[in-house]
Design a protein around this ligand. Structure first.
Ligand code: 5GP
Length: 190
């Protein structure tokens, strides 16, 4: 089944996903395509598939993406085939994506579990984004603006979890995945 853990930039999605995969051995992380330039240390095909806008638009036109969205000036999307193959094998496919994309996933596959990661507070989100040191001031300001919109969409998710304590947060996620998994089928709906 598909499990989306979404939430604003800086909420700690990456850390939660890493811990989830450690504790859920048959979970795989979907590798998104993006037009964003790679950050230092990011590897093509591992963190993202880095493509130019023309290539991305071709993927959209060909129906190769399960969902996609524009986020802070760049395009991001989930390749459909690898996710569908993993679901057919009965694996849990984790998607680290933003809110508009999450809602598209639910529309494509009602079995998908949508989890919204909440920061303990907006101030804490800003502190984490600045502390990460991967973006300049203007980019952080833009991401915080997007975050306000994203927080407003949390109610459409199946579950909201506050990321104040990593272990507790992952415990809650694993419980929810176990329940959703019993209800889901391995049929690929998308
Ligand atoms: P970043 O540039 O920090 O890696 O990601 C920016 C935002 O895009 C994050 O909220 C991340 O979860 C989201 N994102 C990454 N991949 C995808 C994707 O395939 N689809 C969508 N809709 N959002 C994505």
């Amino acid at each position: 089944m598909l499990v989306v853990v979404a939430g604003p930039s800086g909420v700690g999605k990456g850390t939660v996903h890493t811990e989830l995969r450690r504790r859920l051995p048959d979970a795989v992380l979907s590798v998104s395509a993006t037009t964003r330039p790679a950050r230092p240390g990011e590897v093509d095909g591992v963190h993202y598939r880095f493509v130019d806008r023309t290539t991305f638009e071709g993927m959209v036109a060909d129906g190769d993406l399960l969902e996609w969205a524009e986020y802070a000036g760049n395009l991001y999307g989930t390749p459909r085939a690898p996710a569908a193959e993993a679901v057919a094998r009965g694996e849990v496919v984790l998607l680290d994506i933003e809110v508009q994309g999450a809602l598209q996933v639910k529309a494509a596959d009602p079995d998908a579990l949508l989890v919204f990661l909440q920061p303990p507070s907006f101030e804490e989100l800003e502190r984490r984004l600045r502390g990460r040191g991967t973006e300049d001031g203007a980019t952080i300001a833009r991401r915080l603006e997007v975050a306000l919109d994203e927080l407003a969409g949390a109610g459409a998710f199946d579950l909201e979890v506050v990321n104040d304590d990593l272990d507790r947060c992952v415990d809650e996620l694993l419980d929810a995945i176990a329940v959703a998994r019993r209800a889901a089928t391995d049929d690929v709906a998308f």
